[in-house]
Design a protein. Structure first.
Length: 81
């Protein structure tokens, strides 16, 4: 499916945030199961640090995917479709 650059960056960002959040939650769950611990609240400083890292990762992934869409569009001729 072809996306338009101007319509895509915010959607990439939303998708990245959703997927990262899901995988972090799954990772916590998997590790609590493996080490037979009880999942609980994290400390406020851990929560703040995790959110900061998530935001940075979302931006990095968004920028990387967005730049590759731009590159793909330069390399691929959609007029042939």
């Amino acid at each position: 499916m072809k996306y338009k650059l101007k319509d895509t960056k915010e959607q990439i960002k939303a998708d990245a945030k959703f997927l990262i959040d899901a995988r972090i939650e799954s990772t916590f769950e998997d590790l609590h199961i493996k080490y037979e611990t009880i999942a609980g609240d994290i400390y406020p400083w851990q929560y703040a640090e995790m959110n900061n890292l998530i935001d940075q990762l979302v931006e990095l992934i968004t920028d990387q995917v967005y730049q590759n869409i731009d590159l793909r569009d330069k390399l691929y001729d959609y007029s042939a479709e």
